[in-house]
Design a protein around this ligand. Structure first.
Ligand code: B3K
Ligand code: ZN
Length: 883
């Protein structure tokens, strides 16, 4: 940064604004080359705070005029700096402030504020993009009703949309037309949206349970109409589910979604005008994978659910972001679990949490679910705020039970509808709705305040004569940046004791009268705590953190035999999976250590047998089997090591995969063929599960390294019609040295070059290959005609995927780091949010060996010394270098 380091914003500095803005009247005059924005703000003094000027935020705006009421202001009547417009001496009883500004959406490459995507205008205001549209108090606690007039050329921009209801429209001079929209619900400016473009839509209807008829529309670029059906179905399912599960109904007569190809993240919940990345709308069986279909269902639901959790009740300030995001992620997880297989969904969510959030918690950018300071708020849309935030919500649910949780939710809305509130307000509603529950809420609150992943360890002892089982659990929380000392957390431990016959034993803690059979929830509150169970008939194997009841790292003194036993018998499917993963991680890390010590790596037969057992049950639950067959990822295994042995982990994992492929060829082939060709295409959980297990089997057959797997992959690639199967096969081919590789890749690109989302997959599979040529190929792909560094999806598919490639990105010598530094520097000028997202890949550089650390540091410092570094990148890079 040139102009001194940017300043941090602190939670403790929060003060309510000196003025409220109750009404916003906006008029957009869209012209090629410039847009003129007229804003009329109805302001009112906030008498609860000392009198002060009205300070409006603004960025990259050209101020053309300011007036208060009918009185135009001269340059001496206000102060205008690059970031603020300050008005003094406003009348105490309120006024209308009118400002006219000029902006340039067509040159906006940051994709924040008003910008253009494929020639269409769209907006992204969260978190602080509204200040790039007009001067405003750009903070979520200022809630207003909006009236928006949009005018543009009719032919080029036939569709004109904003929030709320269309109240009028008409023609204007010179082939122009206009539309007037009114949103009756007060909202913060980050939920404002505008779209103008040449778009087509599909339409459906939904009748709410109280009888309101809602028109549902999804707008896309012409040619994509046939890829919107799944998104529409997902929307309707979400609306129904929210009524049934939360008692929440939609509150307007119209709900619009617009899909745009250039979007920094997944989607945005603007009131009644959600704007989506095309990735989370467009899907047809031949263009989208099962993961895409499921992602669409989840993200459509997530944005819809925000209508209540985020929009009707919003955040007081951005430190409270998890108030809406953690809660809404938890809601979308519950929804997807209900629509699909709940255990499969839970395993996927936990896998992601461990992969990305645990990694964040263990590095220099670790922060609490409710952060206390930030330089650039866009950097805090993190796995911690979202996914760990969702775990906090799940813990309320676990501690209070479904009914108690729902009572808390109902009270939260009864108290706070229409308000901008804090995570403390949410906690208070949960607490006050459940006065009979003995939860120490002050201790629970630490989940919002303390960063880092608690480590829980323990052991159990069975005493046959007294038939007691004593479970000892300990918790520690390592220091994180800015938080050297931590206090014990309140950790819900959902658990059972599994008897020798594989059944859950009755659970009775010393002093209790009644036993519970099955699962119960213990509260681990102390640094070390004993739980003594009485009347335990035989020595049990404990099943701890069933369903992953708390976001912690568990190390328990299980023997390999205990884990194998749990894999086969635990009544909790999550823990059956978990036992297999723990066993696999233990084995893989053992092999890595052997290799480092110069010994041969030998895969124990017991593990290969355990996988064989899993395979033999593939018919019972294909989706679950697919997950149980998947070894922990290289990145996750890295997290379990003090110094990450990049090549050792890869070698060990490949060896185990190859061994499994060769040892179980017959059952893998049976699984493959038994789950192939299931008739008409469907995205039912069953059909998705069969494809998943089939492709998991194919990957092992391929890992066996002989002709059989290769032939199967090639045949599947050539004949499959669904994208899930095509891409599964092509990814294996692309990661191999098969002679057909080059032709297969070019045929795919030739077929799909007009479909950007399909091309993203093509970039991604090349960027994630472990082949030594990968970096060179990724570099070459930067100049492929289908690549465009201004398009975030392309950056995530090629550069982002490469940074997740454990072997190629972290290859000895540091060429991967150098490559990333170049891209971050290039992106910094174009799109700071995307640049900083890419820069986060450096965060764990201190966990690698000295040589890699040195190379990463050089790369990071080079980024740090770039002139005109954005606040976004500055914050990530400086923290990484400090931490
Ligand atoms: N609320 C938006 C994310 C906005 C990100 C701003 N950098 C999408 C979501 O969480 O639903
Ligand atoms: Zn969200």
């Amino acid at each position: 940064m040139d102009k001194g380091s940017p300043k941090a914003i602190l939670l403790k500095d929060y003060v309510a604004p000196a003025w409220w803005i109750d009404t916003v009247d906006l008029s957009f005059d869209l012209h090629e080359g410039e847009t003129i924005v007229t804003a009329r703000l109805g302001i009112r003094r906030n008498h609860e705070v000392p009198r002060g000027p009205l300070v409006l935020d603004g960025q990259e705006l050209e101020l053309l005029s300011v007036a208060v009421g009918s009185r135009p202001l001269g340059p001496d009547d206000y102060a205008c700096t690059p970031d603020h417009l300050t008005l003094n001496d406003l009348p105490d009883d309120g006024a209308v402030v009118e400002m006219v500004t000029r902006i340039h959406p067509e040159s906006n490459t940051a994709l924040e504020g008003l910008y253009k995507s494929s020639g269409n205008y769209c907006t992204q205001c969260e978190a602080e993009g509204f200040r790039k549209i007009t001067y405003f108090q750009d903070r979520p606690d200022v809630m207003a009703t909006y009236r928006v007039r949009v005018e543009a050329n009719r032919q080029a921009y036939p569709v004109l949309l904003s929030n709320g209801n269309l109240v009028d429209q008409g023609d204007a001079a010179d082939g122009r037309h206009w539309a007037l929209w009114e949103d009756p619900w007060p909202k913060p400016c980050y939920l404002f949206a505008l779209v103008a473009g040449k778009l087509v839509h599909i339409e459906d209807r939904y009748r709410t349970r109280s009888g309101r008829d809602v028109a549902l529309r999804i707008y896309v670029e012409p040619g994509n109409e046939d890829k919107c059906g799944h998104a529409m179905e997902s929307l309707i399912k979400s609306m129904r589910w929210d009524e049934e599960a939360y008692g929440l109904e939609y509150d307007l007569d119209i709900f619009n979604i617009v899909a745009v190809g250039d979007f920094n993240m997944g989607a945005m919940e603007n009131k009644s005008l959600n704007i989506f990345n095309t990735k989370y709308i467009l899907a047809r069986p031949d263009t989208a994978t099962d993961t895409d279909f499921l992602g669409i269902e989840t993200v459509v639901a997530h944005e819809y659910f925000h209508n209540w959790t985020g929009n009707r009740v919003t955040c007081r300030d951005w430190f409270q972001l998890s108030l809406k995001e953690g809660l809404t992620v938890f809601r979308d997880q519950q929804f997807s679990a209900d629509m699909n297989s709940a255990p499969v969904k839970r395993i996927q969510d936990v896998t992601r949490l461990r992969q990305v959030q645990f990694a964040e918690d263990a590095g220099p950018t670790a922060h609490p679910v409710r952060p206390e300071s930030y330089i650039e708020i866009n950097n805090f849309y993190t796995p911690t705020v979202y996914e760990k935030g969702a775990e906090v919500l799940r813990m309320y649910h676990t501690l209070l039970g479904a009914a108690g949780y729902r009572r808390g939710i109902d009270l939260y809305f009864a108290r706070h509808d229409g308000q901008a509130v804090t995570t403390d307000d949410f906690l208070a509603a949960m607490r006050d709705a459940n006065p009979d529950r003995a939860v120490d809420w002050d201790q629970f609150r630490r989940w919002y305040a303390q960063a880092g992943t608690p480590a829980v360890s323990g052991e159990g002892t069975y005493d046959a004569p007294s038939r007691t089982y004593r479970l000892t659990l300990r918790q520690t929380l390592a220091p994180t940046p800015g938080q050297p000392d931590k206090r014990p957390m309140l950790i819900p431990v959902s658990m059972g004791l599994v008897g020798p016959d594989g059944r859950d034993l009755p659970l009775k803690l010393a002093g209790e009268d009644e036993a519970v059979t099955g699962t119960r929830v213990l509260a681990l509150r102390e640094a070390e705590q004993d739980f003594t169970f009485t009347g335990v008939a035989a020595s049990p194997v404990p099943s701890l953190f069933r369903g992953f009841s708390a976001p912690v790292k568990l190390s328990f003194d299980y023997t390999d035999a205990d884990l194998t036993f749990l894999m086969a018998h635990d009544s909790d499917p999550f823990n059956r999976w978990e036992a297999g993963q723990t066993l696999a991680a233990r084995l893989l890390l053992g092999l890595v250590a052997d290799r480092a010590a110069g010994h041969d790596m030998i895969v124990p037969a017991s593990f290969v047998d355990a996988i064989g057992q899993t395979l033999s049950r593939a018919g019972e639950d294909p989706a679950f089997t697919a997950l149980a067959l998947t070894l922990p990822s290289e990145n996750y295994l890295g997290q379990l090591m003090g110094v990450i042995d990049v090549d050792g982990i890869h070698a060990a994992r490949e060896l185990v995969r190859g061994t499994i492929g060769r040892s179980h060829r017959a059952s893998l082939l049976a699984t493959y063929h038994g789950n192939a060709g299931q008739g008409a295409f469907s995205v039912s959980p069953e059909a998705i599960g069969r494809r998943a297990v089939k492709n998991a089997a194919l990957a092992y057959l391929m890992a066996a390294g002989d002709g059989e797997g290769r032939a199967l992959a090639l045949a599947q690639y050539r004949t499959a019609t669904g994208m899930t199967d095509v891409i599964a096969a092509l990814a294996l081919i692309a990661d191999s040295d098969m002679p057909e590789r080059a032709d297969a890749l070019s045929a795919f690109a030739a077929k799909w070059r007009q479909e950007p989302l399909v091309m993203d997959k093509w970039f991604m599979i090349q960027a994630t290959s472990a082949r030594p040529e990968t970096l060179a190929e990724v570099r070459a792909l930067l100049s492929h005609p289908g690549f465009n560094i201004r398009n975030p999806n392309k950056v995530y598919a090629l550069i982002g995927a490469f940074t997740g490639n454990a072997v190629a990105f972290h290859a000895a010598g540091g060429a991967g780091y150098e490559f990333l530094a170049d891209r971050v520097i290039e992106l910094n000028r174009l799109n700071p949010q995307v640049a900083s997202r890419m820069a986060k890949a450096f965060a764990r550089w201190r966990n690698y060996d000295a040589e890699r650390q040195a190379a990463a540091k050089v790369a990071l410092e080079r980024v740090a010394h770039t002139p005109d570094l954005s606040r976004d990148v500055y914050e990530i890079v400086s923290r990484s270098l400090e931490g």
